[in-house]
Design a protein around this ligand. Sequence first.
Ligand code: GLU
Ligand code: MG
Length: 459
Amino acid sequence: MNARRIEKADDPAAVHVVERVETGRIDLVRFLYTDHDGIIRGKSAAGSRISDRLQSGIGHTVGMMAMSMLDMLQPVEGMGPVGEVRIMPDPSTYTPLPYAPGAAAMLADLVRPGGEPWEACPRTFLKSAVTELAGDGYSLLAALEPEFTLGRRVPADDGPDRLVPIDDSLCYSSTGFHTAHDYLIELIHDLEAQGLQVEHYYPELGHGQQEVSIRPAQALRAADNHVLYRDTVRAVAMRRGLWASLAPKPIPDQAGNGTHLHLSLWSGEHNAFFDPAGANGLSDEGRWFIGGLLAHLPALTALTAGSVNSFRRLVPQTWAGAYACHGVDNREAAIRICSPMRDDPEGSTNIEFKPSDSSANPYLSLGAVIHAGLDGIRTRAEPGETVDVDPAALPESERPPRLPTSLGEALDALEADDLLMNALGPLRRTAYLAVKRADADAFAGQDAEQECFHHFTKF
Ligand code: GLU
Ligand code: MG
């Protein structure tokens, strides 16, 4: 019956979802979106109601895009108590959730009740950026490379709960493989069951720190995948009595968690960054794209590493890319030109954007990166010389500029960046700035333990 109603709407993807909900005996389908503070939120529809909800979405208040990560609603015109949007799922993203038997999920847009796009929808922002990029003949292939901390959430006598890492193993040590093995095997299984293609896994520098990377995908799919990834990392841990956090710095004295962005532009079947005759194997477009990222870097940081906690990670000599420069395989540069793999030089030519973490909204982050890089190509922005040493080791007069050292500083840079402010548009930028400024104020009076607590419990 449900399937027949959808067929009338002539959307094969939606018909397929209804069939899969029925045959998979799915009781609840989560419609997920990501808010300005990077929190994954949503509502779910009963499996028996999925046919209708696929056509019109689930009703939601406009105010939620003015809600901060502390659930403090910010005063933003157009996002008050009056007004409604729909959480409108994309049926092509349907996936049963292996860690939540009986449940499935779809990534969703926020649309107006009549179905028209809503100016504050983050997923629509990325889709528009992808369309603009396509107008210039390119598509963006992106791989997010997340790190996270595996541990236990433990009450403390004299303060907020702490995240106690699962081990004190060394970077890439086989001991780390042993201690996290059962969790990792379940995680890999659950990620692949949702269609994410796992590339590598290894324990990294910080106690309990893990890195599981995912194969590149087209920008929208890569962002959708990252939302599924974050939920899976945390849910698999919770079901085992563990706690996993992708917060940039969940434990003050341990290594931070980056989510570096690996990027390449494609023109059809050709990697537009690839030119074996060009300097460092890069084409003009590749070089100009880097020029665009560098030109907009301080502002971009407000979107790619946009939590108060992000700036506790983004410091020199932690391989987080705290300097505004680029270099070949330089892990202290914000942009690393990755040396290609010799089995597939064209396919593996990419740049790594390091000042990025999982507290960002991945749709806003990738969309902003596209706008900045495309601007670089259009204006033929030269990035200057590569930096091929640790910038911190250079005399001050030769050292490239530091990235912003606080969220407030990054937001100031964003407000001064006409390209990104125009791309965000009035409603989105007003709400984004309001939510982020509120975070900066809220955490200003808190110590490191409290700040880390609020971030490791949410990311
Ligand atoms: N953990 C580092 C960061 O915060 C990255 C280390 C690495 O290069 O893998 O970005
Ligand atoms: Mg790493």
